[in-house]
Design a protein around this ligand. Sequence first.
Ligand code: FAD
Length: 321
Amino acid sequence: MAEGILVVLDQENGRVRRVAYEMLSRAQEIAAGTVTALTFGPGAETLAETLGRYGADQVVALTGDAFTRYSSDGWAEAVRQVVEVIDPVALFFPATAWGKDLSPRVAGLLEAGLATDCTEIHPSEGGRLEAVRPVYAGKAFQRVRIDTPRQLFSLRPNIQPVIEHGRPGQLRPVTVSVSPDQFQAVVTAVENNAGGTVELTEADIIVSGGRGIKAPENFKILEGLAEVLGAALGSSRPVADEGWVPHSYHIGQTGKVVSPTVYFAVGISGAIQHLAGISGSKYIVAINSDPDAPIFKAANYGIVGDLFQVVPHLTEEIRRL
Ligand code: FAD
């Protein structure tokens, strides 16, 4: 009988994203049965001990030629084969760009239901799970139960706490039969537009600029504030559409969904499509010259003023701390 949770992790050269520890921690708390971490690519084997500390009872590490470059169809088939061996009742994926690409393909292959971008996940009746996920651009929350034999969930990063369980994970050898020659799509290169700054979806503090910054060269004012705070940089959609910043900065309904501890919205009006991407923030600090800007309704702290005066002052004050 199916039991336990398979947590599917994105890793690069032996480094996993924080969301991996968040998913494992939650899985260990609620799983009736074994928690298995599934990793891909070179260096994955060395992760077993660390993943164990955060909740993985066992680790399946898929290595070899097929797992050096991401292939959505190829890796989805590999996950399907691992599921046949491990036989979990539920699968967790990160609600990152990678997880959003892979999870629906796996759901299709398994003919299983998938609840995406979940902010909560709880045990429910009959050993099944129940998730909570935002809908209508974050205006409402939906409780979801999946009634297919296997239940798939993608979990929004930066929401679940990371808990150390203190047990070493065991490597569990599983062989899958997939060949790169049969893959229909393979990632050939990854460009890091953000220039090595902190990844937005994992950032604890974000400084984000809107059309109020008026010109691309003015973004350096925000870069100064981000630097003293150790923050990642983000933007509203028009700022990215104008080409003032890379598209990877774009936050909102059609961009990245972020959940930092502090989100600075600078010169951003607070349109519903932008708020959809930031509603998971613990504190929102708005800086806007218009006291009636909708962002102030969503903000915990607001500064009504000209960003070209407020931001440099704030940066200097924080630098002095
Ligand atoms: P504006 O609305 O123009 O606001 C600029 C703000 O700057 C104003 O509040 C102004 O008071 C303030 N300001 C001006 N000068 C100063 C100054 N000197 N000092 C301080 N404040 C100043 N938008 C997103 O952001 N993300 C999305 O994912 C997204 N998806 C969308 C999807 C759809 C289908 C649609 C239709 C729209 C979407 N949008 C999205 C666009 C969204 O509706 C808004 O148009 C956009 O968020 C506005 O961006 P903004 O706040 O930067 O600009």
